[in-house]
Design a protein around this ligand. Structure first.
Ligand SMILES: [Zn+2]
Length: 399
């Protein structure tokens, strides 16, 4: 049961008719074998074609043990059927696949880097090169060569060989096939055995663009886009750059420099803010200590600071309890309350225990070290009551 591959001779065939050789029903679909097909089955790095077959959507074509199976969403029986390719998807695949041949040869010629594998996805495609070192300048050179081959609009020819005599070709990669060999030639540039679908000339491939690369286990994985995909990518990136340039009030090529400047300024501003915050917290700690309640020589600061976050409260507590015989019972936050309880090293009570005891009646949680504990309450409204309870606990213990 062999199927004639119409796409071998004509990758521009969009509609065809064929005879059903077998039709195996599955759950909601039929697996159909045809006497001939223009649909490309997934393989060789290229995704399968989709389209319509026998009036039903065809969403997958695969090859199993040399047999091409068409998975049709409907009931197909014996007889003649008509097939129509999703041409937009096929042509996109032809652009990527032909572009891959050009790019692989360019990498090989300029850098001596062979293509060890190739994968074409529906979004982007990758080539794995047998080199781990790839520089921006080298990639630029490769792109220039690849695109000059596109601009020269060279014919892309397909040779279907009867025998296995490959002596007249200069193949980029050998084949272990002994019959039915198909050589794809980009005139005076690249020759390789390939069963995929390609454009008829390099001009149809459009722009060939490497978008990024990274190291993969001793190789380099190069992601690239061709033709329509490269155009869409350019459109999206152009929109992004124009948007950035307008937000930064610079020309589009000045965006990277402007972003670096902003980052530097932001770093300096953060550093300055940090210095000022430290000074502010020092003064706040002094002011709070000067108004603290003192019992048995222990200064107890108990205060609700609604515009303080958890981190600021912790730093403030640290500054208060850096003084000898000081206790900080601090609350902050606007909706949920943060609690920080701390004490000087030389005092004996357990701040974590105290925090848990006064916050648990309000559904609060917390914990930490005996000298520094942090927690929270579901509502700031209860924070004042919890702080008062903590002060009472402390005074009853020390008094
Ligand atoms: Zn190919």
């Amino acid at each position: 049961m062999t199927t004639e591959r119409l796409y071998f001779r004509d990758s521009y065939l969009r509609e065809f008719s064929a005879r059903v050789l077998s039709a195996s029903p599955g759950q909601g679909w039929t697996e159909v074998v045809l006497d001939r097909t223009a649909f490309y089955p997934e393989g060789g790095g290229q995704p399968s074609d989709v389209g319509m077959l026998g009036g039903y959507p065809l969403d997958e074509v695969l090859e199993r043990d040399g047999i091409i199976l068409h998975r049709v969403q409907g009931v197909v029986t014996e007889g003649e059927v008509a097939g129509q390719l999703d041409w937009e998807r096929r042509f996109d695949c032809m652009q990527q696949h032909s572009g891959q041949h050009i790019l692989s040869q360019a990498f090989e010629r300029l850098l001596g880097a062979p293509t060890v594998s190739f994968h074409m996805g529906l979004e982007s495609s990758t080539i794995d090169l047998g080199t781990s070192a790839l520089e921006q300048g080298q990639v630029d050179e490769v792109e220039r060569l690849a695109n000059s081959v596109v601009f020269e609009n060279r014919p892309i020819l397909v040779h279907l060989l009867e025998g296995s005599d490959l002596s007249r070709f200069h193949l980029r990669k050998a084949t272990d096939r002994t019959e039915g060999i198909r050589v794809v030639e980009i005139q005076d540039f690249d020759e390789i055995p390939c069963g995929g679908t390609h454009c008829r000339s390099t001009g149809e491939v459009g722009l060939v663009k490497v978008v990024r690369w990274d190291r993969r286990a001793g190789n380099s994985r190069v992601e690239f886009l061709c033709g329509v995909r490269a155009l869409r990518d350019y459109q999206a990136k152009n929109r992004a750059v124009l948007h950035l340039a307008s937000s930064l009030s610079v020309k589009d090529r000045e965006v990277p420099g402007a972003v670096e400047r902003l980052q530097r300024e932001l770093g300096e501003a953060r550093h300055r803010m940090e210095q000022l915050m430290d000074r502010l917290l020092d003064r706040e700690a002094e002011a709070l200590l000067s108004q603290a309640r003192v019992v048995d020589g222990v200064s107890v600061v108990s205060v609700l600071l609604s515009d303080y976050g958890a981190e600021e409260l912790k730093r403030l507590a640290g500054k208060i309890t850096a003084h000898p015989r000081a206790v900080a019972l601090l609350a902050g936050g606007s909706e949920k309350a943060h609690l920080v309880f701390a004490r000087s090293e030389e005092l004996g009570f357990d701040a974590g225990q105290l925090l848990r005891k006064v916050s648990s009646p309000f559904g609060g949680k917390g914990g930490g070290q005996p000298n520094l504990a942090r927690g929270g309450l579901p509502s700031t409204e209860d924070a004042g009551i919890a702080l008062e309870a903590a002060v009472r606990e402390l005074f009853s213990a020390t008094g």
